[in-house]
Design a protein around this ligand. Sequence first.
Ligand code: BG6
Ligand code: MG
Length: 218
Amino acid sequence: DIRGFIFDLDGVLTDTAEYHYLAWQKLADEEGLPFSRDANEALRGVSRRESLLYIVGDRKYSEAQLQEMMDRKNRYYVESIQNISPQDLLPGVVTLLDELKQAGIKIALGSASKNARTVIEKLGIANRIDAIADGYSVQRPKPAPDLFLYAAKQLGLEPAQSVVVEDAEAGIEAALAGGMWAIGLGPASRVGAAHIVLPSLAGVHWSDLHAKLNELVI
Ligand code: BG6
Ligand code: MG
């Protein structure tokens, strides 16, 4: 049976995906690198370094320059999240977290971000989370399953007892590669490989998810 939920952060619990995008766009503009909101879709859930390498493309930079650009983007991002508050939790999140707690289901964070702890503290949900897997936890980024396997292990659960909630294609791939249940939030073009696809967590209840997951087991 399902014993744990592992939530991605950016684009799932809060809309920081937008702030990540704006910070990369600012950096790309400064460097004269082609980048757009469209191109950014490929960067959902992708680590800081992999994102930069994608934006840089064929342009040659030294390791020191790459490092400086990653630091610069992060400064822009950190600046933009200063005023995040519980009001920035996406619709449906608090209800679902409450219902899961009520049902005795453990909660973990599974985010590629090194800013994940700061963000959940600002969102006021740090005390609801039993384990954190973030940008410091494992080496191999999503779509490798390592981050989610680490999260499940922290919860003391098997992959098959765990549900991952993700908005990124790389995140769904990671969950499936880890042998977990996957709930994808967003268009099927992005998260269609998930077991359950929903537009967002708004109006989503544990009882409905539980019923759908049970159907899949049979
Ligand atoms: C993921 C975001 O959660 O974390 C990505 O979806 C981001 O957009 C990645 O690049 C790494 O985040 P950070 O805060 O460590 O640069
Ligand atoms: Mg995400």
